[in-house]
Design a binder for this molecule. Structure first.
Ligand SMILES: [Ca+2]
Ligand SMILES: [Ca+2]
Length: 213
């Protein structure tokens, strides 16, 4: 029996190592601007940029202008350029919101964004982007984890178009990419695995020749 015990221990350790060493998750788009965003051309009041439950019943679905991937160098992007109305409309300012529910926090998350021309962006009421340079700007926020929380998250921004300088064309897009952890096995899974390994160890021991060593 004392010779079998190390084998069972070894197999158990191997199985547990495999169970807890989940396959590396690949980065995926977790959130992006598209028609599911709520927008309004009328300046909102109150906690529109900090409260996930803010009443947006008077807001409208975002107008999709184009796919960011249509632009050379951006082929891998999935976000869509949005505004409160068309690409050349006279609406030179609009407000956008998206509630984003997280059942678990990502392993990592980054955000890329583009504004034509300026924007202020908040995540859960914390300002992440303050863009007032007057021209179209691209952003890359490498680590978004400090801003995220379990449950409902709110991504909100106010964008403006400096039409007098750059013409009427305007746009905004946001894309959040990251890695979600694979599901961790439940304790019951470990118990079943240990029971199975114990049975294997027991069988191995029973089959071991009992002759002289
Ligand atoms: Ca800008
Ligand atoms: Ca512009």
């Amino acid at each position: 029996m004392h010779r079998t015990a190390p084998r069972v221990f070894y197999l158990t350790a191997m199985a547990l190592a495999c169970a807890v060493t989940t396959p590396p998750a690949s980065a995926e788009t977790l959130l992006k601007t598209d028609a599911t965003w709520k927008v309004t051309p009328a300046a909102p009041t109150g906690n529109w940029n900090s409260a996930a439950g803010f009443d947006t019943s008077s807001w409208q679905a975002a107008t999709v202008l184009y796919n960011v991937a249509d632009y050379p160098g951006y082929e891998s992007y999935t976000a869509q350029g949005i505004w409160s109305s068309g690409l050349n409309s006279g609406e030179t300012a609009f407000w956008a919101r998206r509630v984003w529910h997280l059942d678990s926090l990502p392993i990592n998350a980054s955000m890329k964004a583009g504004f034509d021309d300026d924007a202020d962006l908040w995540i859960n009421g914390v300002q992440v982007i303050s863009d007032h340079d007057g021209g179209a700007t691209l952003f890359n926020v490498a680590d978004l984890l400090p801003y995220l929380t379990l449950g409902d998250n709110l991504v909100a921004y106010a964008a403006t178009d400096n039409y007098q300088v750059f013409g009427l064309q305007h746009s905004s897009w946001v894309q959040i990419d990251g890695q979600i952890a694979a599901a961790v096995p439940e304790p019951e899974t470990y118990a079943l695995m240990l029971a199975g390994l114990a049975a294997v160890g027991f069988t191995t021991r029973r089959r071991r020749p009992t002759g002289p060593r």
